[in-house]
Each structure stands twice: as C-alpha cells, then as structure tokens.
Write a protein that binds this ligand. Structure first.
Ligand code: SF4
Length: 387
C-alpha cells in the first residue's frame, strides 16, 4: 500500500476507564455517567469543528474508537458520536469501525449494540488468562470472564475479533506466558496484539520501580520472550505482520493501524489524540479540563503541532516500515525522498544482512525476526542524506 493510494483514517479517543491500571500511561480517567455525557457533548462539538478539513481527510475508510475504554460509553453516546462523524466528515460508505472493549463490558446485549453501530473489528483487552497476572496488572476481569467475552463476541458476527495480551511481567514464570498463549490460540481469535510490559515514569509501576519495589526484566530475557512469542504464534497459524501484531490471514490485519505504519494521514479527535496530514502533525490537549475548556470557547483543542521536513518523513517512514513484515519499498522510498537507501548505506546493509537482521527481497528491504526484535534501533543507523 503506497500512502498516496490509501484513504485516511479517523481515531476517536474515549478517555474513560472504570479503574486506572497501574502500568497505564495513556490519557485516561474515571468518571460517572454525567461526566461521560458531558465529554460526549464536547467530542461531538470537536468533530463538527473538523468539517472545515474535509478536503484534507477525504473518504476516510477506518473509524477507530480507542482509549481509555470505548466500551465504557453508553450506546446513545456512541451513536451520537458516530452521527456527528457521518454528518461532518467525509466517510466512505464501506468504512470499517474498530472498537476497543474490556471483557467485563461484553454481554450479549452490548455486542449486539456495537454490531448495530457497524463495528467490524472488536479488540478485547484480555491481557492474560492467568489470575495472578490479572491481579498484578490491576485488571478487573477474571480469566473466566476473559474467555466468556471471546465466546460471546464470536456469536455476534464481527469480521475480526482481536485480543490484547501483555507479557514480560517481572517474576512471571515462562510457563505461565506459554500457557496464556496456548489458551489464546485455543479460543481461535482472528487477530492478536502481544505487548511487552513497559514501565513508564509517573505511573504507579514507575514509582514502584524507582523505589526498588519492582524490577524490569533483563534485556536478554525480554528478547527470548519476544522470539518465543513470534515463533509460537507463527507455528499456531498467526504470523506477525508488525512487531506486536499477529493475524490469521491478511484480511484480518488491522486496516486502521496499518495506516500509522504506512504513513497514511489520519485525523485524531478527543483528548491527547494525534493527527497527521502528510506533512504536519498536531496533537490535542491531553487532559479533559483544558480539552473541554478550549472547545467551550469555540476553539479546536490543539495543544501543539510540528511541520515535518522531507528528512523527518524519510526517517519516520524507515522506522515505521521496519516495524512491519512489509518492510520498505526501495523504489517508492527513492521516489518520495530522493534517497537510494541501498546505495547510500551499502556496507551497513551488507553487515545487517550478514548479521541476520535484514533481508533484501527484490526491491524491498525487510526486517527478519531478529531485526524486528531490535527494530527501534535498526532504522537509526541508516544514513538518509540526499544524494
Ligand atoms: S483499561 Fe486500558 S486504557 Fe484503561 S487504564 Fe487500563 S490499560 Fe489504561
């Protein structure tokens, strides 16, 4: 998919959660029905403010409800948001709706409601099938509720059911993670996202780490878990298509998230949401108070923005592309940024191929599994000056 050929996406940030997990560093908060309704009023208003950018974000074909916990919103609030989207933005009739939900919100009635909204891709925040791990992560659901939520969702007819899992918990025996993966695969989701636990500063886990009450896994153990996870899921019929994402067929890959990795424009609304127009990135106020205050005065709630130069875009394209098994199309990279990546980095590419981190397949530079494991540092060693 070349960015120019792809339609833009829409991201809606719903910041509410019933309880804040101790590892989470997203823009989230708790809040009762009144607060949620007031937020919806502001979000609807923000969406209407973006009607003047219809031509920048034309024919949007993915609508992603993320958060936070979109399943924390009442059906009438979700309906109002989608109506505002349809009325004010340029949306294709066949746009896919993506929706994140927590297992405790999944009931036969709620999944029917989400299907009625047009949700095609349901992403369930399962995180683990192990009771100790769920307790450690501060989650509210039990392993049994996690399993039941997948079974209930399956009956509702979503095109894709995805489950999120977290691994690399300090002190978690390897066997527990292996069993979690086995249980996940036995439930036959269409898609999995497996994230290594990251401990962020300013979160309860971050404070515990600072005080020496928690430790991070050594890097080599993290690397072993990464390689095991990828091999296990590949052998089980879920090859990776990105560092943390696995699908049972290309049809079940996340069309929306692929836009981020392929540098396709997207509009983000809601607190902390980021937008990208192709040359410019901007982001909204992170916390609810200033977000609502700005909208209350009739202003878009933009907190900051940056213009991206051609070399910024080239580096981002490289970093994002090397996170995916699609890799970097060398011809389109040269056409877009005037850089012949192979010629400019000949000895480097030869070394990375020899070390088993990269492959050159025709005109495409592809990371190997070992390359995916170190993807963040891989792109940075390239020389991108124009020639
Ligand atoms: S449910 Fe998800 S978004 Fe909400 S606090 Fe927990 S990790 Fe963060």
């Amino acid at each position: 998919m070349k960015p120019s050929e792809a339609n833009p996406g829409l991201y809606l940030h719903i910041p509410f959660c019933s309880k804040i997990c101790p590892y989470c560093d997203f823009a989230v908060l708790t809040g009762g029905p009144e607060r949620r309704r007031r937020f919806t009023d502001h979000l609807v208003r923000e969406i209407s403010m973006w009607a003047d950018e219809r031509s920048t974000f034309q024919s949007i074909d993915t609508i992603y409800f993320g958060g936070g916990t979109p399943s924390a919103l009442a059906q009438e609030d979700l309906t109002r948001i989608l109506e505002a989207v349809q009325q004010n933005l340029s949306i294709r009739d066949d746009a896919w709706v993506f929706f994140e939900a927590n297992p405790e919100d999944v009931t036969p009635e709620s999944v029917r409601n989400w299907r009625d909204l047009g949700v095609c891709f349901l992403s369930l925040g399962i995180q683990s099938f192990d009771a100790d791990a769920l307790r450690f992560l501060g989650r509210r659901h039990t392993p049994e509720e996690a399993r039941r939520s997948i079974e209930i969702a399956r009956g509702a007819g979503f095109n894709t059911i995805s489950i999120d899992l977290i691994y690399g918990l300090p002190d978690q025996p390897f066997e527990i993670w292996k069993r979690t993966l086995e249980q996940a695969v036995a439930l036959q989701p269409d898609h999995l996202s497996c994230y290594q636990l990251t401990i962020h500063e300013g979160t309860p886990f971050g404070f515990r780490l600072e005080r020496g009450k928690m430790s991070e896994l050594p890097e080599d153990t993290q690397g072993e878990l990464f390689l095991f996870t990828h091999s296990f899921l590949k052998d089980s019929g879920y090859p990776a298509y990105e560092v943390s994402n696995f699908a049972r067929s290309p049809e079940h890959r996340s069309r929306h998230n692929q836009k981020y990795w392929h540098h396709v424009p997207y509009l983000g609304v809601g607190p902390s949401a980021h937008s990208f127009s192709g040359m410019r990135r901007w982001w909204n106020e992170r916390t609810l108070k200033p977000y609502e205050a700005r909208i209350g005065t009739g202003e878009k709630p933009i907190a900051g923005s940056e213009e991206l130069t051609r070399s910024d875009l080239a580096l981002e394209t490289l970093m994002l592309g090397l996170r995916t098994v699609d890799g970097i199309d060398l011809i389109s990279f040269r056409d877009s940024y005037g850089v012949d990546l192979l010629k400019r980095n000949e000895p480097l590419v030869e070394r990375l191929v020899r070390e088993g981190l990269l492959k050159v397949e025709g005109n495409v530079l592809v990371p190997t599994l070992a390359g995916l494991a170190v993807t963040d540092s891989l792109a940075r060693v390239f020389e991108l000056g124009e020639r």
